[in-house]
Ligand binder design. Structure first.
Ligand code: GLN
Length: 287
């Protein structure tokens, strides 16, 4: 029987090759392939070698729904519930920001600055999916890593990612340093919300699907620096002597962040560029 309505057509079993062809009429070719592989639980090689492999009616319906969501602008990472960062795969949900490649710069800078002590103490403020804490713990197994987030839902995602990557990270719920008592650290890292209120970027390119609290500080008319300011202001109470504070920030915030670091007594202040040539991470050291 021939399908008579699009709804029925979408539920008709199809081969994975045909499904890929149909999907890429509507969305980017690579996104289409990754969604087909995700729904069919197949590899790229299987897709190429066995395009005739059938999807069940349920899989065909699931794929149609995911393609429609992607076509409306929902980020691929939320549809796949996974994203790569620094060579590892992380679970992501709409409760957490999707990892960005520029944040990998922060990992590199942090690893270069870990002191050669037996158990360096690291804290990741606003950990989200846990990428910074977990990647640093993987690269520095002797470190004691703590990760803080205000969002219990984000912490659930981060805990699952830590378990997946076999690292012991202590997770704390709360506002920046609040759950840490008077603990001090050799390294503080953060990729805090820093997008200015009203930045048109917030309305485009998938950002409306990401948690607002991970992108902006929620201050009407704010310049996006409130969280960075809070983190820098109290860093003196939580850095060990000689400890580093490294922060990711917006494309036009490096001068302001260096000024904040200076005003709060940090030394060896510098900014570093991301792969796009934009000053994206700034930091300083406690005396
Ligand atoms: N880099 C992200 C963006 O501009 C924002 C991440 C953040 O606020 N920490 O899309």
């Amino acid at each position: 029987m021939r399908p008579t309505t699009p709804a029925i057509a979408e539920a008709m079993p199809a081969g994975i090759g045909d499904a890929w062809r149909a999907a890429r009429q509507r969305i980017d070719r690579l996104d289409a392939r990754l969604l087909v592989e995700h729904v069919a639980a197949c590899t790229h090689a299987e897709l190429l070698a066995h395009p005739e492999r059938l999807l069940s009616a349920a899989q065909t319906g699931e794929l149609a729904a995911l393609v429609a969501r992607r076509a409306r602008g929902e980020p691929l990472a939320y549809l796949l519930r996974s994203a790569g960062f620094h060579g590892l795969e992380f679970a992501v949900t709409p409760d957490v920001l999707i990892p960005r490649p520029e944040t990998e710069r922060l990992v590199e800078l942090a690893l270069e600055r870990l002191p050669a002590v037996p158990a360096p103490r690291i804290v990741d403020l606003g950990t989200g999916s846990g990428i910074l804490a977990i990647t640093l713990a993987r690269h520095c197994p002797q470190a004691t890593v703590t990760a803080v987030d205000l969002s219990p839902a984000a912490l659930d995602v981060a805990r699952a990612n830590a378990a997946r990557h076999g690292v012991a990270v202590r997770f704390c719920q709360g506002d920046w340093y609040l759950p840490l008592g008077d603990a001090r650290f050799d390294l503080i890292v953060a990729n805090p919300p820093y997008v200015a209120d009203g930045d048109p970027h917030l309305r485009g390119d998938g950002l409306p699907y990401e948690p607002r609290m991970a992108l902006t500080d929620g201050q009407p008319g704010g310049d996006g620096l409130a969280c960075i300011q809070a983190i820098v202001a109290d860093s003196g109470e939580h850095l060990a002597p000689g400890g580093w504070l490294l922060l990711e920030h917006g494309y036009d915030q490096a001068d302001a962040v260096r000024e904040l670091l200076r005003a709060h007594g940090l030394v060896e202040i510098a900014s570093w560029r991301d792969l796009g040539g934009i000053e994206r991470v700034s930091g300083g050291r406690s005396r």
